[in-house]
Design a protein around this ligand. Sequence first.
Ligand code: ATP
Length: 273
Amino acid sequence: MTDPVVDARDVTYRHPDGTVAVDGASLRVDPGTRVALLGANGAGKSTLLQLLGGLHDPDEGSVRWFGDRDVDTVRDRLAVLLQDADDYLFNPTVREDLEYGPRQLRLSTAEIDDRVTELAARFDLEHLLDRPPFRLSGGEKRRAAFAAALSTEPEVLLLDEPVSHLDAQNRRRILDALDDLAADGVTTVVATPDPDLVPAVADRVCLLGPDGRVVADGTPREVLTDRERLRTAGLRPPTLVRLFDDLDGVDGDDVPVSMPEAETTLRALLDDG
Ligand SMILES: Nc1ncnc2c1ncn2[C@@H]1O[C@H](COP(=O)(O)OP(=O)(O)OP(=O)(O)O)[C@@H](O)[C@H]1O
């Protein structure tokens, strides 16, 4: 059996004021998989993501990386992108923010230049490279922070709500980047409160209940069609599931959870009609 890239066992975390944000959560992430942490606001997704990224130590339980390693020995193989893009843009220019990670890895100037050029093209940042990050719009900052997170070519990418508040084009750009990363074998963990996003970013979903516990762990289909469990987690099923639940002719177990599945189901319905 291959080693998990992250293995969290019975992890509990209390914030300094005593709030229990994660309560006895276990989650094993295998290499090359795409995992969603789904939960309502306040369920503990960000805190669990930070535990998986080694940014907090658990109060109880353990988190280990790449087999049985300590996070300090693997930090340059992980990248964590939390919600506030400003946390990742702290240099005088966007270019220097993109150069920062590769410089820490002591890459050559030519390699650093190549990475910056490639990332700037991929995230439409060419015209922004010499600007100070504080002069960017919110969406531009998010693109720059995402590019900075990829600049070290991490094996595992942990992302907190990577497409929230983005317009359709920026959202597409980030989702395409996630698809490319998956094709390259990069492991991704995406925290989101949005069940509609899950099929686009994950093959496996870990559902957090309102009290910081993992209440379901399965495929998008298993978790997103479990209407009762989603309800107790404070969420509604995805739009597609609700829409097809209301349509005659589609069995409850066969409702589509993704756009490609919806297309197939609709074609079948139209053919039958
Ligand atoms: N710094 C903090 N101090 C005390 N409690 C905190 C702190 N940060 C978060 N919490 C609490 O921990 C719990 C989990 O918060 P967390 O941010 O992990 O949830 P989340 O699922 O990411 O929420 P959201 O979807 O709103 O971002 C919540 O009850 C929250 O109020």
